[in-house]
Design a protein around this ligand. Sequence first.
Ligand code: NAD
Length: 264
Amino acid sequence: MSVSPMRLHGKRAFITGAGGGIGRATAEKFAREGAAVICADLHAGPAEATVAAIRAAGGRAATVIGNLTHEAACTAMFAEGAAMFGGIDIIFNNAGICLGEDSGPVETPLPIWDATIAANLTSVFLCCKAGIPYLEAAGGGVIINNASIVALVGSAFPQIAYTAAKGGVLSMTREIAIMYARKKIRAVAICPGPTATPLVNVFLADEEAWALRRRYLPMGRLAQPAEIANVVAFLASDEASFITGAAYPIDGGLTSAYVIDDSA
Ligand SMILES: NC(=O)c1ccc[n+]([C@@H]2O[C@H](COP(=O)([O-])OP(=O)(O)OC[C@H]3O[C@@H](n4cnc5c(N)ncnc54)[C@H](O)[C@@H]3O)[C@@H](O)[C@H]2O)c1
């Protein structure tokens, strides 16, 4: 028996939205597991804060800044990131937005639909388009796409554009998994439930909104970003070598629920 090394030792990971809640937690987890982390985000400040935290803990990380909904920016960000650490082995497509005006199909303005689809679905397509050649050059790799429970179940408190985008992410993940299975590239989706990050604050701004949502959470609480990051690190590692095309709920039981006893 040998003592196992860090699970992502020697890997180079491109993480989008690395300045945000789940992205930052995952970047820090990946770095602790030995990966060099390329922290991609629209905003320099939050991404630099992620990098600073990783470096302070002795890890390796750097930022690439740009808008992942634009093909030229996306291509440039992957080229810059790959040049920093000599290639890319793992892509975590995590960047996304939720807009307050995203509601039902009748109410949602078209510009809100377009912006939501661009940030949550088109960006994942563009990152796969720009990033897969680097995984192929590395002899294989892993793509993990951050979808959501709303890709699996519907909600009567709708965000129709967000839901449609996340459903698209799930379908795209399956297709890429099958296309590249024999090229040693795995593709997996995660479907987190509500997680304590700035993004959900849009929907939990007041006590009434939180009370309404809490009723439907079997554990009665949000996920912490680290609880999502732990699963992503496993899926990115060689321990998950036979997992591709799958969708992983990380939801505290939410998608298993029919009736919830919320008296506790
Ligand atoms: N928080 C939740 O409850 C929850 C649940 C399920 C899925 N998710 C998904 O997890 C992902 C991360 O969410 P979070 O809660 O950490 O959000 P967050 O708002 O904390 O972080 C998102 C990050 O993505 C970046 N980003 C957004 N658009 C971008 C673009 N066009 N180009 C580059 N960067 C961009 C933002 O700047 C931000 O740093 C999202 O895809 C979200 O849909 C979140």
